[in-house]
Design a protein around this ligand. Sequence first.
Ligand code: FES
Length: 171
Amino acid sequence: MAFTVNLTPLTLRSPEITTGNISSPKSGISFNKKRQILAFAASNSTEEPPTIKPEIELEFLGPTAGGDGRYPVDRAAAVSGDKLLRTIMEDNKLELYGPYGKLMNCGGGGSCGTCIVEVLEGKELLNERTNTELKYLKKKPESWRLACQTIVGNKENSGKVVVQRLPQRKK
Ligand code: FES
């Protein structure tokens, strides 16, 4: 008994290369996505792994306690030694000034003395008081700082800083 076998020729094709953001129906991955993946693989093969910069964790207590006696807390994080406390508060939309300071502050120039905060924890993670602070905070508690003069971290340290906003209005 004789039988026949039909062999269908098999063609191997190299992958199609297209330009622009055209989706490949077979893979479901867009060309741009593929390019990103390739770029990632290429960069990983030749470069050092990214270094993780030390970070300072911040807590900001509001000036007025709620009905339960607790002060409202806002949280933020910043790369160590990268920003002034005033900038971090601005970036996180945290109120820094009392009514007078809102209208009359010097915009961080160190000439109004209205950007007062109290550092409750983590003083050692900040720079020393500047001459501007020594002038404006002469008769104020040691823990008070001017936010526009206070650098958060020193690029190498990390930890937690707790800040009381508007200490002069704390109730
Ligand atoms: S904003 Fe004027 S002294 Fe800080």
